[in-house]
Design a protein around this ligand. Sequence first.
Ligand code: NAP
Length: 491
Amino acid sequence: MLFSVNDMETKLCIPIVAETVEEALEDLRNAEQYADLVELRLDHIKNISKQGLRELIAARTKPLIVAYRGEKAEKRELLLEAVEAGAEFIDLDESEKNMINDVRKKGKTRIILSFHDFTKTPILEELKQKYKEMEGYHPDFIKIVATATSINDNFKIFEFLKDKKKCIAFCMGIKGVISRILAPKYGSFLTFAALKEKKVSAPGQLTAMEMINVYNVKNINEETEIYGIVGAAAEHSRSPQIHNSFFHETSENARFLSFKVEEKELKKFIDNLQKYHFQGAAITMPHKVAVMQYLDEIDETAAGIGAVNTIVNNHGRFIGYNTDGYGALRALKDKTEVRGKKVLVLGAGGASRAIVYGLRKEGIRVTISNRTLEKAQQLAEEFYTDFLSLADAEKRASEYDIIINATSQGMGLQEGETPLVNLPEKKVVMDIVSYPSITRFIKLAQQNKCTVITGEKMLLYQAVQQYHLWMGKELNSKVLENARQLLRRII
Ligand code: NAP
């Protein structure tokens, strides 16, 4: 029994990584609910017999790839048995090309000839050369899998895939994730996803649920517009969930990815975004200032703040914006009138700059406090406002109506820390740290009967403004409410 396969569409393939035939049978049943194709990794099944293999092949309801990685005496016999039993595909490593004739004689199984580079992504010329060599053996599909040591390696794969048919190509590793998600845009015949986190068969594989629910990967096509968050730790960002939910609910053929980019990779990465016509990006730590030099234009607010958190691709020109101030002010205004209030802002980094700029634009008097006092002073001078040491802020906090934590204290590894311990009663207190949602700063404010605003509010509203910049339209209240609920679930 051979299942037919449309060779023109990218397939989501789930590898079966099980130690026993029973476990593999159960995984097969689960995987087939989401997968277009399933790959049976024989090398993971301990003491697999020909009978066990036949049982697994007979149980499939979706096209099956049979693969055996590594070297063992049983390998050749098992692969040929899979062909005789009618598996749709077998995956042969290029070192096993001498098996191609035997496979052709045994059955109709199609051959994927594969090459893996586990240390790097070769340069484009080498990738093309490798493809040409492998083409000479006349397999049905050619698979070239490299390892991304830089996010920029993914673009070599996108370039390589141009004009290729019946080819599977992507990068492994955490830096290669975008090539797995964008496989349907650039024409790779397959992209792999794990059944669950513990069943990953190669580094960088996302789970099928993430590929489907967050990235809606089965509906990505050549026209899909690509956006993403650029940051050193972008893989932890919640922005993909937020923006993909916006895109999904407004039926935009667009996806939002996370781009883990180091400082030394930034220039080339921005060049690549432009060259490959990505439609926009969100920028996060530590690139908000450095990115400005690589853009074609900076809008007035971003220039005033001195940092960019959003790039818009305007007919090939990259324009930098900043939506952080907007996000923070809208989150505040949801809970309180800001005009005429006295505001204490803790922190003098990028986020603080955006918030102080936004507040000053509305004519609000702000006091800045920061661990490094000179930075508070510098910012205060720039925006014609006051500054305090953190120790003084602790003593004088009750003089302010609104207190905002715009430091990273309380976030991630600094969880449990707080920039102020003595919070006054019944004030408005906002923390812009969004992970965790309830920081120690927020807990202290709650204990003191303050009105609290948690970090995900700003996160949501700055994203709303980014959507507006990219799509030129507003999101309705239903989309916003759904995003709020989503954030409550994931933070
Ligand atoms: P940044 O430019 O690196 O600035 C960090 C600030 O935190 C500096 O003022 C720094 O003080 C202070 N700080 C760090 N560790 C501290 C500690 N242990 N004790 C006291 N102060 C400390 O970062 P940023 O871009 O402004 O981001 C700040 C925070 O805001 C991050 O947690 C970020 O995730 C969050 N954020 C949230 C949103 C949102 O939408 N919710 C948007 C943007 C940023 P020094 O000057 O003394 O180093």
